[in-house]
Design a protein around this ligand. Structure first.
Ligand SMILES: [Zn+2]
Ligand SMILES: [Zn+2]
Length: 535
């Protein structure tokens, strides 16, 4: 069992070591020396964030207690950059703007990842953990239709072993720290911490295996500040961006200190750690279509610049601490783009589309649609406003629809369920393609996919039948079409940035380098780890 050796008395010699010059083997990781990071001088009230000094002291103390540095290199280190933008990592590692990622790329290899359009982070992190596509694991969003026809948290029912479970079963030592969107930690050879400093937690408080470990972590490295992240732009985003940056910088420092402590506590086969701060900062401040130069980013989008650089520095610290022979993987699961949403208009739009389609099914003419004979027998008793389309929960930049082909009232679909009729899906798509922005009369460009039919796997049928992406950068207050007329509702102030399919991965180390061409999707990363570590 891994223990935090922090409660012991300070060994003599620690103070002397902490006085050593930068670059000397002081026994303390260089970042933990008592130097206030540059962002502190720009804190809004001119003061250091309240807990920073305490955290730095605790982290430094923890490192000093360990005595002379031991070479506890990991066989494989994996850094998960939740919510970082793949295109940005690609560009800034190519041009040297992010020196540590640039060095990793120079030493190893890098490539883009791909994902189905509309992949949520819930889906992608499940794909990462279980090495499965979304049709196989079924977690397309954190809430999905269950067999009792209710919506509930998808991860509750998940039983598939993760790739680190497989490694642990083979007797390997694994450390999994803050990988996003995990189910409750289970017994394994090593440690597992979830929802400590992440974005979009599944649990009300962090958890761990061993279960007592999280209390030690909170005691010695600190607990999270309340996260002010949501679907809408907040007052603090507009008025106090520096306070947000200071809070996230503190989180990065906490994660870095705790992570390096655990990394150096023993020899791990797999050491996997997530950083979620790019997720928060990109949702709040992503306000551009093309990746700016690093200088433009620093001047015009400073919060993103500050957090990105702090993470790049943390990457350098972890890779150097893992040792020269470690296989290193760093990846981001998505790209980012300007947000766009019509969610505020959708209840009324869908209600009118449903009424139109219900009317069509009841007319004689519409019987040319072959499925209408079947529908007309089952439509009686259905409320036109809520049939055939039902809105499923999803992020605000997409509309997810369940389309009931045969008048069924259940949201849940098993692999045996009948798929919705193609003609009905076509008719709904046409309604969307006819929608115009009320102001300019411009066509709104929707990207539409049919996940329940295009994916394979035992849970594919339970995916949304239609997944409709709203145009990036658009938040109209009204839309209209000849079919549904005009629908108006003031748009709320949605958050600025949102995910889009993409992602990027770096690998160095002889085996990872060679196997990287086989990694195309996030579900392939665990397979790479297993091949490298089990061979
Ligand atoms: Zn997000
Ligand atoms: Zn957040």
């Amino acid at each position: 069992m891994v223990r935090l050796n922090i409660g012991r008395s300070l060994p003599t010699g620690c103070a002397a070591r902490s006085m050593s010059a930068p670059g000397e083997d002081s026994g303390c990781e260089p970042s933990l020396r008592l130097q206030a990071p540059h962002f502190l001088s720009t804190a809004p009230d001119g003061k250091m964030p309240k807990d920073w000094l305490k955290l730095e002291l605790m982290a430094r103390f923890a490192r000093c207690l360990k005595g002379p540095i031991r070479s506890m290199s990991a066989r494989m280190i994996m850094l998960c950059l939740d919510g970082a933008d793949g295109k940005m990592l690609d560009q800034y590692s190519s041009d040297g703007s992010l020196p540590n990622l640039a060095a990793l790329r120079l030493k190893g290899a890098a490539r883009s990842l791909s994902a189905p359009p509309g992949s949520t982070d819930d889906a992608l992190w499940a794909s990462f953990q279980y090495m499965q596509h979304v049709g196989e694991h079924g977690r397309y969003y954190f809430q999905t239709p269950q067999k009792n026809n209710q919506l509930s948290m998808a991860h509750d029912k998940e039983e598939t072993p993760t790739f680190w479970d497989n490694l642990s079963t083979q007797g390997m030592q694994v450390a999994i720290l803050d990988v996003p969107k995990c189910r409750t930690p289970r017994a394994l050879n090593g440690i597992h911490i979830i929802d400590w400093l992440t974005h979009g937690e599944y649990f009300l408080s962090p958890r761990s295996f061993p279960s007592s470990l999280i209390d030690d972590v909170l005691h010695h490295f600190g607990s999270r500040h309340p996260h002010e992240c949501g679907y809408f732009e907040l007052e603090i985003d507009k008025k106090e961006p520096k306070r947000i940056v200071a809070c996230l910088m503190t989180e990065i420092s906490m994660k870095r200190s705790a992570g390096l402590h655990f990394l150096n506590s023993k020899r791990w086969d797999l050491f996997c750690i997530g950083f979620g701060q790019m997720h928060c900062i990109n949702h709040k401040f992503w306000d551009f279509d093309c990746i700016p130069s690093i200088d433009d980013l620093r001047i015009h989008y400073n919060p993103i610049f500050e957090i990105l650089h702090a993470i790049d520095e943390a990457i350098g610290a972890f890779i150097s601490s893992a040792g020269p022979t470690a296989e290193c993987i760093v990846f981001a699961p998505t790209d980012f783009e300007r947000n766009g949403s019509l969610e505020h208009l959708m209840p009324e739009v869908i209600s009118r589309i449903n009424i139109n389609l219900s009317k069509k099914f009841r007319t004689h003419d519409s019987r040319k649609w072959p499925f209408n004979h079947k529908l007309s027998r089952t439509i009686t008793g259905h409320e036109p406003k809520s049939w055939p389309c039902t809105i499923l929960p999803y992020n605000e930049n997409f509309l997810a629809l369940r389309v009931s082909a045969v008048g069924e009232s259940k949201l849940f679909r098993s692999s045996l369920s009948a798929p919705p009729e193609k003609d009905l899906l076509d008719a709904i798509e046409r309604e969307f393609l006819d929608l115009r922005d009320e102001v300019g009369g411009d066509n709104l460009i929707f990207s539409i996919t049919r996940p329940s039919q295009s994916h394979e796997g035992q849970h594919a049928r339970n995916l949304p039948d239609l997944l409709i992406q709203y145009p990036s950068g658009h938040f109209p207050n009204a839309v209209q079409s000849p079919s549904i007329g005009r629908v108006e509702r003031q748009s709320p102030l949605w958050r600025k940035g949102n995910h889009r399919d993409g992602g990027f991965i770096f690998a160095s180390g002889q085996s990872s380098n060679e196997l990287l061409p086989d990694v195309q999707r996030i579900s392939d990363i665990g397979k790479l780890a297993q091949r490298v570590l089990m061979d």
